[in-house]
Ligand binder design. Structure first.
Ligand code: NAD
Length: 454
């Protein structure tokens, strides 16, 4: 008899309670199986990511498959260390006890992914969930269908569905169906801030802990003393990679007035070098995911002062790398997260002026500053409450799994990558062990007169 979704989730709970997922050997074997399955499907994944987003093989390797392999290798290599109980000091009051922290699996966890890096953003959290000894429900975005199909094959052929369950469908229907009928032990969500709030509310009903990896408007500041050539090259790469459909892409530029013209010329030069004079046919340039996103992005170009690009092809969902300036800050392009290949270039004269623009949006996911001055670098990093970022670079901080990746407040809560993923999916169980040979009376009532302080 076919099981309903809630019944399948209960079966996962029973499987988890049986303890099968807890040993180091089991976890390592599952990670290895997942890695092997991804490598076996490497060509299928290249084809799928080309079909969904026109990603080149090279871009897919750096941002999806290779990224995933680096993370899973790190977990396989280090899991035995991560799992060890962590000894901590014990304070004088509790001497001669000893203290340690056990990393315990949470239970049955739900991982929800978006469409822009459909493999990386779904499978990287799964590494953490498996490494930490959990059962995992995997919910991909319904908007990257070709990649979804390959991921479904990988998961369903590799794992028993009591252990890792693949659930597809309209997120607005299937996620509430699960969260309202089953108490997950953790929900890990990547996607928009708007839907993040819905997830948080559903989780709150049962006090389910969440990790929210959300979006936001990430500013990129170019100071008067920046190396403009290098800045332009790095900004063009990270803004137009995946057609700007990247949570940590520079959303808009804040450039010191004195270097604006020089920067714009350099940006144009690198756009042409990377994507030719006809980006719509360029090997390294992608496409917009679907018509809804395409139309949203075109809306930003209505009445915009386009200084580069702006051409498009609706039949192929292409929009060329586009620079706009003289931007009205009250327009949607400066109110929404752009999430596409449109880059507003805004000038500033003083830091206060620039800060006023940045703080219109609470908690950017990322912030980038290009400057040669250590003082300016520090001032910028200390002035804004953002998730993480780069100095003299953009977006690449996300690829270093020794750094925790995540937002704060409106751009998210919690973090992952490398060991931080393991921590996210583990409960830190605090234990104090007290020997029986020493049990002084002073700790027990009646207390009167025992402590000289009173
Ligand atoms: P989205 O919020 O529309 O969808 C993400 C996931 O949520 C999908 O699996 C979808 O099916 C599901 N979903 C949609 N509506 C839902 C609902 N009402 N209830 C429950 N689940 C629902 O996001 P998206 O358009 O796929 O991704 C774009 C956004 O994600 C951007 O804002 C971007 O910045 C953000 N993002 C953040 C990160 C990060 O790591 N912080 C990474 C990628 C994307």
């Amino acid at each position: 008899m076919p099981q309903t979704l809630p019944q399948k989730l209960e079966a996962m709970r029973n499987y988890f309670n049986g303890g099968a997922t807890k040993s180091l050997a089991f976890r390592k074997m599952q990670l290895q199986k997942l890695k092997d399955a991804v490598l076996q499907h490497e060509e299928d994944l290249y084809d799928a990511l080309y079909a969904d987003l026109k990603k080149s093989k090279e871009e897919t390797w750096v941002t999806e498959t290779g990224f995933f392999i680096a993370e899973i290798n790190d977990a396989i290599r280090n899991l035995h260390k991560w799992m060890k109980p962590e000894k901590v000091k014990t304070n004088l009051l509790n001497m001669p006890s000893s203290s340690y922290v056990i990393n315990e699996p949470l239970g049955v966890v739900l991982v929800i992914g978006p469409w822009n890096y459909p493999l990386q953003l779904l499978f990287t959290p799964i590494i953490g969930a498996i490494a930490a000894g959990n059962c995992v429900v995997v919910k991909p975005s319904e908007f990257a269908q070709a990649t979804l199909n390959v991921m479904k094959e990988i998961i369903t052929k590799t794992f028993d569905e009591n252990y890792v369950l693949f659930v597809e469908g309209d997120g607005a229907a299937v996620v509430p169906e699960m969260m309202n009928n089953f108490v997950f032990d953790h929900v890990f969500y990547t996607g928009s801030t708007m839907v993040g709030k819905v997830i948080y509310q559903m989780a709150a009903k049962n006090l389910v802990p969440v990790t929210l990896e959300l979006g936001g408007k990430s500013p990129c500041i170019v100071e008067s003393d920046a190396n403009i050539e290098v800045a332009a090259r790095r900004i063009v790469l990270t803004k137009f990679s995946n057609c700007g459909q990247m949570c940590v892409a520079p959303d808009y530029l804040l450039v010191h007035t004195s270097v604006k013209e020089k920067l714009v010329e350099a940006l144009k030069k690198w756009i042409e070098k990377f994507y030719t004079t006809d980006p719509l046919t360029a090997y390294s340039y992608g496409k917009i995911i679907n018509e809804k996103q395409f139309n949203r992005l075109l809306g930003y170009l209505q009445n915009a002062n386009i200084i580069c690009g702006g051409t498009h092809d609706a039949s192929k969902l292409f929009i060329t790398p586009t620079l706009i300036d003289h931007v009205d800050l009250s327009l949607p392009v400066m109110q929404d997260e752009i999430f596409g290949p449109i880059l507003p270039v805004i000038t500033f004269n003083t830091k206060e002026e620039a800060l006023k623009i940045i703080t219109q949006h609470k908690n950017p996911l990322a912030l980038y500053v290009f400057t040669q001055s250590n003082t300016k670098e520090r001032e910028w990093l200390d002035s804004v409450a953002f998730g993480g970022g780069c100095v003299n670079n953009a977006s690449w901080h996300l690829t270093n799994y020794h750094l925790p990746f995540g937002g704060r407040g409106f751009s998210g809560t919690g973090a992952y990558h490398g060991k931080f993923s393991f921590n996210t999916f583990s409960h830190k169980k605090a234990i104090m062990k007290t020997p029986t040979w020493f049990d002084p009376d002073i700790k027990y009532p009646p207390f009167k007169g025992k402590l000289k302080l009173f």
